[in-house]
Design a protein around this ligand. Sequence first.
Ligand code: PLP
Length: 383
Amino acid sequence: MVHEVTGRSPLSPATVAVTAGRPPRVQGGPVNPPVVLSSTYVSQGTPGPDELLYTRSGTETWQPFEEALAALEGGAHGVVLGSGMAAIAATLGEVPDGGAVVVPRHAYQVSLGYLDDLAARHGVEVRRVDVADTDQVVAALDGASLLLAESPTNPMLEVADLPAILAAARERGVRTVVDNTFATPLGQRPLELGADVVVHSVTKYLAGHSDVVLGAVVTDDPQIAADVRAYRTLHGAIAGPMEVFLALRGLRTLHLRVERAGANAAELARRLAEHPAVAEVRHPSLPGDPGHERASRQMNGFGAIVGLRPHGGVAAADALVAGVRLWVPATSLGGVESTLERRRRFPTESVTVPEDLVRMSVGVEDVEDLWDDLAQALDAVRP
Ligand SMILES: *Cc1c(COP(=O)(O)O)cnc(C)c1O
């Protein structure tokens, strides 16, 4: 169904992003996979194992995206789902009642909320750790069923020693899931660092244009992939064909967007660190950042999310968000446009996230325009 350039791809990720998941090359055939909008397929008698029957259980529109993302992550199986949360819920589906899950205390707030729900309804023990503290993570792994890691974390940008904690989990028979939304497969390949499963909010960088909500799971383990597909069908956690088409279109330029956004973020972080209105900047590119050395070892680039705390506390943070003209005050991240928000405006955000932390998702605009806008807003809030 999908055109093979090579087997297990030795092509560079940029080339994979452009070429993976294309239809077979036939005279007069389309260059892009067609979007099939049909909820049902012609069928009678006993269905074959891979026969398309009904779109909740499968459509040919999922496969090209799944193949392309799996190729980028260096994994054997990709599964696209209706949102990042569906992908996370699917991978947590294996945690037994009364089991324990290790998770960064700073992680995507809805992932933490889902774990709280598992705790309340299924007696799951949630062990929240400082994921940058390797000893603390390793100690928490004893007797655990699953580690759900983020690195860099949302929204604090802590960097975990992924090879170390993933190896420690493997030794203890703890399944590992890495949420790779912030780094993208171009920035970090968790399966190669020792993870069993990678999850994505495709909504963010992979689709990249703030116009779809989608999620995905990538793994080398055929049983995990089958379980996630079964979860998708049973829970109806499916992706719409148009959304998957848009995500694949976005993926074609992932390397360009990630490179530009990452360069913009590093430059802005450097300038912000010197601005008198700024109390603290977090970005792993900064030589003094606590995550800098680890990120340099295990990542390619440093991502494009920047954490900023202005002098003047919550009032200054709110004034900064209100004072920008080009940057968009909005939640979410990973789009071509630069956005920012004060995270603790959400009552559900972890209480250990500082009240005045502004999370900035740096986009692909001209860096001087981004800087001018930020600088005018910061000058206005200077206490
Ligand atoms: C947004 C996000 C999610 C959730 O993804 P949805 O597509 O919104 O369901 C999960 N993890 C991280 C790190 C995110 O940023």
